[in-house]
Design a protein around this ligand. Structure first.
Ligand code: MTE
Length: 314
């Protein structure tokens, strides 16, 4: 069985209410007394690390595959703003300034907003979902993410009848992010989804992984996770979500359109022009595994692409 999706969990699967409330009181009083500031914690992290991370519904999506060790998932990363080597992002992680953090939601929505991260997160219940992440570079991992469906956020701000796509943008801060001082990519990093892909219940915004807040190198404080697409679609450190009528430009597609398509659905039958995509190396394993269509989520998402030639729309 590839994976189990259990959206209807009982209250027993959630952190006990009393514990959550007690924890929240502690955090509120700490914040009021300015203890967070004294400890060198910024308010955004206190809220995410405390109020929001304590109430996580576990087991919403599980997988019968070993979870990649946290050490690997947080040190072998792609985050070009922090450097193009795999260990650059963890080495330079502190350069990413994550507080205060605001997210703009605009474009084709009835209620455009600019929200502090806490206000964006507050109404959403957090869930733990174990997803595969398949990078276009033919390696993969299994990661227990903590997040909530992107579709719930989009509904909150009421897409208009013209909205057909969702565009995402990463922070642009060349004074702090060493990668943005170079032109390895066009900055800021941009990604996009079709509206129905964005509304699909498997698509999440993540704020944590492995039971803790996201490490900076993995896209703190807010990133996208789209498990059936190559990893580059899962944009990190999001500051803007815009609903659009037209298909938005995306970073890797602009960089090399023949290598990175807009759809980027994991497809073992369409090779990257420079390498085979039929197999992948799971980080921590020696032998390569077969790559699954849509990264193993075919049953859930293939219907989104009925009638489309996935060789053309790669
Ligand atoms: N988001 C931004 N802003 N910048 C990046 O360089 N790299 C992408 C994606 N999101 C990237 C990004 C790529 S290529 C991959 S494979 C995944 O992040 C990797 O996520 P992980 O490092 O948390 O495993």
């Amino acid at each position: 069985m590839p994976f189990r999706w259990n959206p209807d969990l009982t209250p027993n699967d959630v952190t006990p209410e009393a514990l959550f409330r007690q924890r929240r009181r502690l955090i509120q009083s700490a914040a009021m007394a300015g203890i967070g500031a004294l400890l060198g914690l910024n308010p955004g992290r206190v809220a995410i690390g405390g109020e929001f991370m304590t109430e996580v519904k576990k087991g919403v999506v599980t997988l019968d595959e070993s979870v990649t060790p946290f050490k690997d998932a947080s040190s072998y990363t792609n985050f070009y703003e922090l450097g193009s080597g795999k260990t650059d992002p963890s080495t330079h992680a502190e350069r990413l300034q994550i507080a205060p953090w605001h997210v703009v939601i605009d474009g084709e929505v009835s209620r455009p907003v600019r929200l502090a991260l806490d206000d964006l997160l507050r109404p959403h219940a957090l869930e733990e979902r174990v997803y595969r992440l398949r990078c276009v570079e033919a390696w993969s991992m299994v990661i227990p993410w903590i997040g909530f469906p992107l579709g719930e956020v989009l509904k909150r701000f009421e897409p208009t009848g013209n909205a057909r796509y969702v565009a995402f943008e990463t922070i642009h801060d060349p004074d702090h992010l060493p990668g943005q001082a170079q032109r390895s990519l066009e900055w800021p990093y941009r990604e996009g989804l079709r509206l129905d892909e964005a509304m699909h219940p498997l698509t999440i915004l993540a704020v944590g992984m492995y039971g803790r807040t996201l490490p900076n190198q993995n896209g703190a404080p807010l990133r996208l996770v789209v498990p059936w697409k190559y990893g580059f679609k899962s944009i990190k450190s999001i500051v803007r979500i815009s609903l659009t009528e037209k298909q938005p430009p995306t970073s890797w597609n602009r960089q090399a359109p023949s290598e990175y398509g807009f759809y980027a659905n994991v497809n073992p039958n369409v090779d990257h022009p420079r390498w085979d995509q039929s197999k992948e190396r799971r980080i921590g394993e020696f032998l390569r595994r077969k790559t699954l269509p849509f990264n193993g989520y075919e049953e859930q998402v293939a219907s989104l692409y009925h009638g489309m030639d996935l060789r053309q729309f790669f």
